[in-house]
Design a binder for this molecule. Structure first.
Ligand code: RB5
Length: 141
């Protein structure tokens, strides 16, 4: 699977840990920035990641900012994106099984490292349930 990653300055440190975590699991990563702690605007990175999913270059994306809120608001403005802001692995799994989330949003200033990486692991391993869930997603179009 190819995953697009994006962050702002508030999410940089956690994003680097996620890149390392995914690379060790042979997940292909496209890192769309940012690449320094200089203050930047999260909508720009949400746009890059959502664009990579829209073009088919990447199957899913992970967006990280201080709280995860800005990234989730920004990502969900794109029609083809179903972004889930998760603080633990149960909602991460449900966001895949019931909502077919294709973007995971994380709040780097909210989560401990181990919890964040557990969320990423569960989100990656969980599959969409289809059936009645697809019918409900179709209603959102
Ligand atoms: C940046 O200071 C912060 O506002 C941003 O990372 C994010 O938390 C916004 O939702």
């Amino acid at each position: 699977m190819k995953i697009a990653l994006g962050c702002d300055h508030g999410g940089l440190d956690l994003k680097l840990l996620v890149v390392d975590f995914l690379s060790k699991r042979n997940v292909e990563v496209v890192d769309s920035g940012c690449h320094s702690l200089e203050s930047v605007d999260y909508p720009c990175y949400a746009e890059k990641v959502c664009g990579l999913i829209s073009s088919g270059d990447c199957e899913r994306g992970i967006l990280i900012c201080g709280t995860g809120i800005g990234m989730s608001i920004a990502a969900n403005r794109y029609r083809h994106i179903r972004a889930a802001l998760c603080h633990e692995s149960f909602t991460a799994r449900m966001s895949r099984e019931h909502n077919n989330s294709n973007v995971l949003c994380l709040g780097a200033r909210v989560l401990g490292t181990e919890v964040a990486l557990d969320i990423v692991r569960v989100w990656l391993e969980s599959e969409f349930g289809d059936g009645r869930h697809q019918r409900r997603l179709d209603m959102l179009k």
